[in-house]
Design a binder for this molecule. Structure first.
Ligand code: HAM
Length: 420
């Protein structure tokens, strides 16, 4: 039997209500903040990701789905959206149309990681990218947006962690200091961290090795080496968050797993999803547009993992919609009237009722059972004695009350009854 690829998941009809619920809230909140949706292709030239995310990162060095297409071009299934959005921004000269572009997306991403709870090979993110402003107000807005969405979904056990990585020059000074601190500990570090020491020293902060964590605990902090402008902007971000009543902690070891960040970075973690606790992450990436060939400009954004959010909601026992109930189930009492029955149901559908009928020639009893299973609010009994007078019986499934109404008035009667 053919099966889905390891680390990918079907989203079945029984679960789609949860996904629609998350997506509706996400879209409503982004719209309230005037963000516009952007969609980009699932795959891009490999160089886009390796250049943006960084050759030495786990994503680029180990996790990308990269292959040669039939014209020998190296293409990659997108592991994240920031690079693609920036590419589209440059390619379509979006900056000439609007000096500030506030964009959002809900889309699948691909990373060949070891699957576990909350970690898949095809997963879904919603996120936002704001291109065109250096204002720290937008750094705060991005965090506020992410927090507001997670709270609106009903999550309780979440923590916002923020940090500032400063600009490249202050980071360079810090990297020298960190190197000096780590040199005497080099032999004690895990093999992975030894490699990172040479290639991407900041990433040692991400190590899961207990001994590495102990060593990094006493390391000098990047935040103490920030340039004045980054320091001031970080203050502004904190100030706005405080005034918005967004609780946060400063985590100086929050370096993130992608190389494009500068200044503000943040993550929101859940206490309810085990090891893969980051529900979302993001920050400022001012050098990225220029790195990808655009005129120098500013960027800040975040992305959140939908599977992890749904897992966190389930583990917090927050009720999520399972199936959306039906408005009307139309039961056919007389099989000779099949065509009229079908056409009648469609008149209700045209009035925007959610309607189901029997397509399987079932007994009346079985049709009633189906109506209950689909949580129909009304059952319309079509084709009884009253049909000769062009009438139909409508039953309110909550109160069990019944009325006989003219066929062409059925929709109105249901609406009236709903109103009452
Ligand atoms: P990221 O931290 O790599 O950042 O991913 C963001 C979120 O995507 C994570 O916090 C997590 O919830 C989810 N995620 C990542 N990998 C997986 C996986 N294998 N399975 C399930 N969920 C996963 C980015 O992607 C950046 N583009 C965020 C950003 C936007 N920064 C600026 N703008």
């Amino acid at each position: 039997m053919l099966k889905s690829i390891y680390g990918t998941k079907d989203i079945l009809p029984k679960d789609i209500g949860k996904w629609n619920h998350v997506e509706t809230i996400v879209k409503n909140i982004f719209t309230a903040f005037n963000y516009k949706e952007i969609r980009t292709p699932l795959f891009e030239e490999t160089a886009l990701f390796s250049r943006s995310i960084g050759e030495e990162t786990d994503i680029v060095s180990k996790e990308m789905y990269t292959f040669f297409d039939r014209s020998e071009t190296s293409v990659t299934l997108r592991p994240e959206m920031t690079a693609s959005v920036v590419r589209a921004f440059i390619e379509h000269s979006l900056a000439t149309q609007f000096s500030l572009n506030k964009l959002f997306y809900i889309a699948p991403m691909f990373r060949q990681e070891r699957p576990q709870a909350g970690r898949l090979r095809q997963f879904h993110q919603f996120g936002a990218e704001v291109l065109g402003s250096a204002s720290p107000v937008l750094d705060a807005e991005i965090i506020i947006l992410a927090f507001t969405i997670l709270k609106s979904l009903g999550l309780k056990d979440i923590t916002v962690k923020i940090n500032s990585l400063g600009i490249a020059s202050s980071r360079k000074t810090y990297l020298e200091v960190l190197k000096k601190y780590l040199e005497p500990h080099l032999n004690e570090l895990s093999e992975e961290s030894k490699k990172r020491f040479e290639k991407n020293i900041l990433r040692i902060f991400d190590s899961k090795s207990e001994n590495d964590i102990l060593i990094m605990h006493d390391a000098p902090k990047l935040i103490d080496y920030l340039d004045e402008a980054s320091k001031d902007e970080f203050e502004t971000v904190q100030n706005i968050l405080q005034k918005e009543h967004i609780p946060f902690v400063i985590d100086s070891s929050l370096v993130r797993g992608l190389d494009y960040y500068s200044k503000t970075t943040f993550e929101i973690v859940s206490g309810k999803v085990g090891a893969q606790s980051a529900l979302c992450g993001g920050g400022r990436y001012d050098g990225l547009i220029e790195l990808l060939g655009g005129a120098p400009n500013y960027g800040v954004g975040f992305a959140a993992g939908i599977e992890r959010i749904i897992l966190a909601l389930q583990n917090e026992e927050t009720a999520l919609p399972e199936i959306t109930p039906l408005d009307v189930y139309v039961v056919l009492l007389n099989k000779d009237l099949l065509n009229e029955y079908y056409l009648f149901a469609n008149t209700l559908r045209k009035k925007h009722f959610k309607v189901e009928i029997d397509y399987l020639s079932r007994s009346v009893k079985a049709q009633m059972r189906e109506a209950n299973k689909l949580q129909a609010k009304y059952v319309a009994l079509f084709g009884g004695e009253e049909f000769s007078e062009n009438k139909i019986v409508i039953k309110n499934m909550t109160t069990s009350s019944q009325q006989v109404v003219p066929l062409e008035k059925a929709g109105e009667e249901i609406l009236l009854s709903v109103g009452g």
